[in-house]
Design a protein around this ligand. Structure first.
Ligand code: ADP
Length: 360
């Protein structure tokens, strides 16, 4: 009996190409990611506190306390988590909260964890409750309780683990249960980067990508990067491609400006998705307040994408405020969109503020 191949020849080729370009992109990511904490730019207070904890653990030859890192995507949570084992000279295992659907998925990571090693769990807020509860004794007493057998023959076996460190990363600390949050001895919040820090990252990474860039062009890319190193790296790669294809391979200010305007990145560094978000609140919801679900439906986007990726920077740039009644545009957003704000905007914002305070 002839069977349909699972993949046609074309599919297989395009899948191979996609896999290859994915792995190339990953290689470039790895090339740009700092390997040691001291090579990381910015986040100085977080760096200092983590450095002290890491030094103390190394000097005492004890495992480092569990660490929780939170903040918007692309600010360096994974980078810190990868640098810390390098500092300690211990192995690192990487898991993702979304992929750990049941305790049995986490068990191999726990049983493979060597003494003093680090287990990095990205998107830890996505762990199901059962996995979370399974982790409590592992984090506190380095043991897990495993149920073997079923029904009346079921029994619990206690398995001890080697002392290890969990580093959890999340874009949503609010979604973490209090018992899980409390089991992290060190909790750090990562902030957006300023212009000087991003310029330094762009210059350094241009060097790693072996492309010439002048200071002004690096500053332009930094200003257009939404305070986020990952965005800066992506913009830099695009400008590098543009310089290779349309200029003589050097990134000067005019080259950076032309390349970024092709991406429709504006003076505040907002891209098409950010502007569509602001324009939709203005056009469809008359400036707000509007709930994130209604906004996500109208934009045909996932709510998580808006609240994790789009809103943090718009909130920080004070283009939007978040109130108990929903999101509302600020005067700065109207100015950026080039439209007149409603006459009673200050009164509306004051009313929002009062209703926020009444929550506490
Ligand atoms: P997150 O885990 O918070 O989403 P990452 O740690 O993956 O973000 O950071 C994305 C990229 O940004 C990294 O590959 C790295 O090149 C760069 N990056 C992040 N933080 C820094 C930093 N402090 N200094 C230099 N580069 C950084």
């Amino acid at each position: 009996m002839s069977r349909e191949p699972l993949l046609s020849a074309d599919d297989a080729v395009s899948q191979r190409t996609a896999t290859r370009s994915l792995s190339l992109a990953r290689d470039e990511d790895t090339a740009l990611r700092p390997k040691r904490m001291e090579d990381m730019v910015g986040q100085r207070e977080v760096y200092e506190r983590l450095k002290i904890a890491v030094d103390a653990a190394r000097i005492r030859s004890e495992p480092l306390g569990h660490i929780l890192l939170d903040g918007p995507p692309g600010l360096g949570k994974t980078t810190f988590a990868m640098c810390i084992p390098n500092e300690l000279g211990v192995p690192l295992q990487i898991a993702s909260g979304a992929a750990l659907a049941a305790p049995k998925d986490l068990l191999p990571y726990l049983s493979n964890a060597e003494a003093g090693s680090v287990l990095f769990i990205d998107e830890i807020h996505r762990l199901p409750k059962t996995v979370e509860e399974f982790m409590y004794p592992a984090m506190e007493d380095f043991r897990v309780d495993i149920t073997v057998g079923e029904g009346i023959s079921a029994r619990t076996v206690n398995m001890s683990l080697r002392p290890f460190t969990i580093i959890g990363a999340t874009t949503r600390t609010g979604l973490l249960s209090a018992p899980l949050r409390d089991r992290f001895q060190i909790r750090e919040h990562l902030e957006f980067y300023d212009q000087a820090e991003l310029t330094k990252i762009v210059c350094r990474n241009a060097g790693k990508l072996k492309i010439a860039i002048d200071e002004e062009a690096a500053g332009k890319i930094a200003r257009c990067s939404r305070g986020t190193p990952r965005v800066a790296n992506n913009r830099l790669r695009w400008v590098r491609d543009y310089a290779t294809s349309r200029a003589n391979g050097e990134i000067t200010l005019p080259v950076a400006e032309e390349a970024l305007s092709m991406l429709q990145v504006d003076v505040l560094g907002l891209d098409g998705q950010d502007r569509k978000y602001l324009e939709t609140i203005h056009r469809v919801f008359h400036g707000g307040p509007v709930g994130v679900e209604a906004l996500a439906h109208t934009l045909n986007t996932a709510t998580d994408t808006l609240s994790d990726e789009v809103e943090p920077f718009l909130l920080r740039a004070e283009l939007v405020v978040r109130t108990p009644r929903g999101r509302r545009l600020t005067a700065a957003a109207y100015k950026h969109l080039g439209v007149d704000p409603p006459d009673d905007l200050p009164r509306l914002l004051d009313a929002d503020e009062e209703s926020t305070q009444s929550l506490f």
